[in-house]
Design a protein around this ligand. Structure first.
Ligand SMILES: [Zn+2]
Ligand SMILES: [Zn+2]
Length: 211
C-alpha cells in the first residue's frame, strides 16, 4: 500500500469479520474522516486522537461496516454521517449527507470523490482520493464482492468496469476486508474472466480466475 502524499492513512482491522476501517487525516489541518466505522469504537477513537473528526462515510448497508457508527457519532456529534440513499434505511441512524455519484466530500483540504457502484448492495459506493480507492465490498484482490443474484453480479461487474477500471492503473484498491491490490492487477485478473464463457446463473462469491 502506497501512502498518498496528501493523506495520512490509518488502517484498522476490526470486528469478527476482520473489517477494514480506514481513518483519513489531512496533515495540514488535522481534520479527519472515517470510512466504515465497522466495529471496535475504542480502537477507532484511539486512532482519531489529536484530530478533528468531520466525516463518517459508510460504504454500504451491511452491518459489519457500521457496527461502531452510533458510538462514534455520539462521541463526535459534529461529524457528518454520509451514505448513499439506497442503503441508508438499514443504517442505525439517518445520514446527514445522502451521497450521489460524482459528489466530492472534503476532509480538510483533501477531496474525496464518490463513485456509485451498485451490485454488492443497491446503494454501494466507492471513494477515490488521489492514488487511493476505497472499495468497500465491491472489489477485492481476485474478484468482486458477494452478489445475491445473477442480476446483482451483472450490475456489480458493470459498476467495476464502467467506473473503477477507468481510473489510473497505479491506484491502490483498498477493500473493506483483507489486503490491497491495484487497478492494474485487478484489470489483468478480470481480463481472464471476461475472456471465458460463464454460466447464466453465476453469482455469489465469484473469483475472477476460477470462474
Ligand atoms: Zn457487504
Ligand atoms: Zn463486508
Amino acid at each position: 500500500m502506497q501512502p498518498s502524499n496528501l493523506i495520512r492513512l490509518i488502517k484498522l482491522e476490526v470486528g469478527e469479520y476482520s473489517n477494514n476501517c480506514y481513518v483519513l487525516i489531512d496533515p495540514s489541518t488535522n481534520i479527519s474522516a472515517i470510512i466504515d466505522a465497522a466495529a471496535d469504537p475504542d480502537a477507532i477513537m484511539e486512532a482519531l486522537e489529536g484530530t478533528s473528526l468531520a466525516l463518517i462515510v459508510t460504504t454500504h448497508r451491511h452491518q459489519d461496516h457500521w457496527g461502531a457508527l452510533e458510538r462514534i457519532k455520539n462521541q463526535f456529534p459534529d461529524a457528518s454521517v454520509a451514505a448513499h440513499s439506497k442503503d441508508a434505511a438499514s443504517l442505525p441512524l439517518t445520514p446527514d449527507i445522502f451521497l450521489e455519484h460524482g459528489d466530492t466530500l472534503q476532509v480538510g483540504s483533501i477531496p474525496l470523490r464518490v463513485i456509485f457502484t451498485p451490485g454488492h448492495t443497491e446503494g454501494s459506493i466507492c471513494l477515490v482520493s488521489g492514488s487511493l480507492l476505497f472499495t468497500g465490498d465491491t472489489l477485492f484482490p481476485g474478484g468482486p464482492g458477494h452478489s445475491d443474484s445473477p442480476e446483482s453480479l451483472k450490475t456489480e461487474i458493470n459498476s467495476i468496469v464502467t467506473h473503477l477500471y477507468k481510473l489510473d492503473p497505479d491506484i491502490d484498491v483498498l477493500p473493506g476486508h483483507g489486503v490491497a491490490t491495484t487497478i492494474f492487477e485487478s484489470k489483468l485478473e478480470y481480463a481472464k474472466f471476461a475472456s471465458k464463457e460463464h454460466d447464466e446463473d453465476l453469482h455469489g462469491d465469484v473469483v475472477w480466475s476460477k470462474s
